[in-house]
Write a protein that binds this ligand. Structure first.
Ligand code: NAD
Length: 500
């Protein structure tokens, strides 16, 4: 076994040279090997980095022209596109997802960079000439200053890319704190920003845990926070950040339901359930974890799903398998713990992911795809966000019962309906209380020019990620009313300004 590598912060365009008081181990989930030691930032270091970001913002990026910003964005887009496979390999080595999935994640992040390349157009304001005699009004949007991004382990490249390109394109300086479980992808992407010509200090990577997050939330010079993670931490970040006077968008956890009506194409639905339930080992915020089958189709659908699950290969993500390991041993054991609990609570364990072989060299954090039937609200396998390869079938008698079930859930991130009835699909998209809806599409992640976000406990704050909501989140609006003096100016008038 090789010695674990040091992984550290990127500050002011260079690797941090200090000595960390605390570190955190990083693993290769497919082998269990301890591959890295991550420096964890102290509150003092976060304070220092905020100062560096603020002065980089004030001295350069705040006043950068739209042309300059667009040029950096285009260069970054090209670099990211050309290094996609390298970034994907880094993701697989620390997260465990299979290489093709890791590359797909980078591609979805790349799309946000492409959207941000259009920043000169996206930041165009309005202009009204002669709103009153010789008076013009126009609107502009200006950057906030230093903004913080705090990201989860499950999309170590894509989630940071939901925010960083737009924040930078809007003229802000950024401090990103990645997940301590798989931190290296963000370091690799940050190096591309430097190569693309972004001035030093405009983007800084600070690694850490609660201490670093709290320091960002409390620092008065951090003007906005974009957070993605589990619901309890999202709620905490939202409450603490807004109390400290910041703009906060905090995206939380999920329990995504896939509703299958009796008229659906059951082969399409079975493919979709397997893809969306077990892709990335179920560690996606848009994974399907509850399959709601409107009777009488449940037995037939379960047979089709079970058949497909039998063909899935679980193993080391570098070997062309379908599904990789879970991110850490602790997470794998937590997810596996739900299998016994589900049985104790009365669910039927149809496929037990603890059984069967994996294509790996041993030592990895594996759990194969698992299927429960006869799951009901009140069981932990239904109520909790398991965040692993566990799919639960809930049998219902009608569309109305299914809708009530989905709407009663505390989460509202994504959902999908499978049907050939356009009227039923249309009714569902209107009535369901969920932020992102798929119609015969199991993982309805919006394109970069739309905005991503859930409802209820899946998002705190009122701004979703990327698209125009991202541009608005990272800018402040200003409206200017202007009159250039000419010889006919109107003299004194103490009345409230009115159009003339
Ligand atoms: P997490 O909440 O454990 O961690 C997220 C971030 O918060 C990390 O950077 C972590 O270092 C930090 N953090 C952890 N504990 C903290 C604490 N006590 N105080 C302050 N900061 C803390 O989430 P995770 O396990 O990394 O990611 C999985 C979760 O993220 C799932 O719940 C998933 O649904 C959610 N997620 C949601 C979306 C979405 O768009 N809604 C997208 C991706 C992931």
């Amino acid at each position: 076994m090789s010695t674990p590598a040091r992984i550290t912060h990127l500050v002011n365009g260079a690797s941090w040279e200090g000595t960390a008081e605390r570190t955190s181990p990083v693993y290769n989930p497919a082998t269990g090997e301890h591959t890295g030691n991550l420096d964890l930032a102290s509150a003092d270091l976060v304070g220092e980095v905020v100062g560096i970001a603020k002065s980089a913002w004030q001295s350069s990026w705040q006043r950068s022209s739209l042309t300059q910003r667009a040029q950096v964005l285009f260069a970054f887009r090209e670099l990211l596109n050309s290094r996609k496979k390298d970034i994907a390999a880094i993701i697989t080595s620390e997260h465990g997802k299979v290489l093709s999935d890791a590359e797909g994640e980078v591609t979805r992040g790349l799309e946000v960079a492409e959207f941000a390349c259009g920043i000169p157009h996206l930041l165009k304001g309005g202009f009204s000439e002669n709103v009153s005699t010789k008076v013009d009004v126009y609107s502009i949007r200006q950057p906030l200053g230093v903004v913080g991004v705090i990201s989860p382990f499950n999309f170590p490249a894509m989630v940071p890319l939901w925010f960083v390109p737009i924040a930078i394109a809007c003229g802000n300086a950024v401090i990103i704190k990645p997940s301590e479980k798989d931190p290296s992808a963000v370091n690799a992407v940050a190096a591309l920003w430097k190569e693309a010509g972004l001035p030093d200090g405009v983007l800084n990577v600070v690694h850490g845990d609660k201490e670093a997050v709290d320091a960002l939330l409390e620092h008065p010079d951090v003007k906005a926070i974009s957070f993605v993670g589990s619901t309890p931490i999202a709620q905490y970040v939202y409450d603490t950040g807004t109390r400290a006077g910041k703009r906060v968008q905090a995206l939380g956890g999920a329990k995504n339901h896939m509703l299958v009506l009796p008229d659906a194409d059951l082969d399409l639905a079975a493919d979709a359930a397997v893809n969306a339930g077990f892709g990335s080992a179920g560690e996606r915020c848009m994974a399907i974890s509850a399959l709601v089958a409107v009777e009488p189709i449940a037995d037939e659908l379960i047979a089709k799903i079970t058949d497909r699950m039998g063909k899935l290969v679980t193993g080391d993500g570098t070997r062309g398998c379908d599904m990789g390991p879970l991110v850490t041993k602790a997470h794998r054991d937590k997810v596996a713990g739900y299998l016994d609990r589900g049985v104790e609570e009365g669910a039927t364990l149809v496929v037990d992911g603890r059984e069967g072989d994996v294509d790996a060299d041993g030592g990895g954090f594996f759990l194969r795809p698992t299927l429960f039937d006869n799951v009901k609200p009140g069981m932990s396998v239904y109520d909790d966000e398991i965040f692993g390869p566990v799919l639960s079938v809930v049998r219902v008698r009608s569309y109305d019962e299914a809708l009530a079930l989905i709407n009663a859930n505390q989460y509202g991130n994504g959902t999908a309906i499978f049907t050939n009835d356009g009227g039923a699909a249309r009714r569902f998209q209107n009535e369901v209380e969920v932020g992102m809806v798929g119609i015969n599409v199991p993982i309805p992640v919006p394109m970069a020019y739309y905005s991503f976000g859930g409802w209820k406990a899946s998002l705190f704050g009122d701004s979703h990620a990327h698209g125009m909501e991202g541009v608005h989140f990272y800018t402040r609006g200003k409206v200017v009313t202007s009159r250039w003096l000419d010889p006919s100016h109107g003299g004194i008038n103490l009345g409230f300004p009115q159009n003339q």
